[in-house]
Ligand binder design. Structure first.
Ligand code: IMP
Length: 202
């Protein structure tokens, strides 16, 4: 059986036969509340891309996505940017299920050398700040020309280590959120909105 939240059937549309708009997504049954729907996300990401395009004009920045959570955000962000840029990825682990282990491990390092480059770290969410401050230190040690952080969601009240987030999509309260790249035990990343999980799903 095809779950209700998978949105459209493969092969239904071909070039020249595209629907005017994708069918509306059914709310996933495990979601208690949608915080930011696809339209709201798209509009804010467009604004972030405009700020980055203006600030990094002539600087050919490297956008470093933190896997896996930032994959969807980075993909949408770069497609709204109007200046040349490159992308690279790192992978870090600090979460098991719903809570931070407090320990940050770098699972995958940059493929490119950031030395002398303008680096923008693109992350899905900042919570305690441990992951991003550790990544900042790691990248700064490689002597980039500059390094800034662009984060979609900022849980300001749960910060343990201060991190300077120059570009922030939305500030959110201390709730566990999923969707649009964010997961709970690897689930829900493909949802096109950011929402709060029902207690029964945890
Ligand atoms: P920090 O090191 O505590 O700032 O946590 C950063 C990482 O924890 C993020 O990249 C996410 O992978 C994960 N994380 C923090 N809060 C949430 C949440 O509400 N939902 C899903 N993942 C989260």
């Amino acid at each position: 059986m095809i779950p209700g939240y998978l949105f459209y059937r493969m092969g239904e549309y071909s070039v020249g036969n595209l629907p005017p708009k994708m069918p509306t997504t059914t709310l996933h049954p495990d979601i208690q509340e949608v915080l930011f729907d696809a339209d709201v996300l798209r509009a804010r990401i467009k604004e972030l891309a405009a700020s980055l395009s203006q600030d990094y004009q002539g600087k050919d920045p490297v956008l470093v996505g933190v896997l896996k959570g930032s994959a969807l955000f980075l993909a949408d962000l770069v497609r709204e940017m109007t200046i040349p840029c490159t992308i690279d990825f790192v992978s870090m682990a600090s979460y098991e299920g719903e809570s931070s282990t407090g320990e940050v491990r770098l699972l995958l390092d940059l493929r490119s050398n950031p030395h002398g480059k303008h680096v923008v770290i693109v992350e899905d969410i900042v919570d305690t700040g441990l992951s991003l401050s550790s990544l900042m230190e790691n990248i700064k040690a490689k002597r980039p020309a500059s390094v800034e952080i662009c984060v979609l969601l900022d849980k300001k009240e749960t910060r343990k280590i201060p991190v300077s987030t120059k570009y922030v999509g939305f500030e959110i309260p201390n709730k566990f959120v999923i969707g649009y790249g964010l997961d709970y035990n690897e689930k829900y990343r493909q949802l096109p909105y950011v929402g709060i999980l029902k207690d029964s799903a945890i």
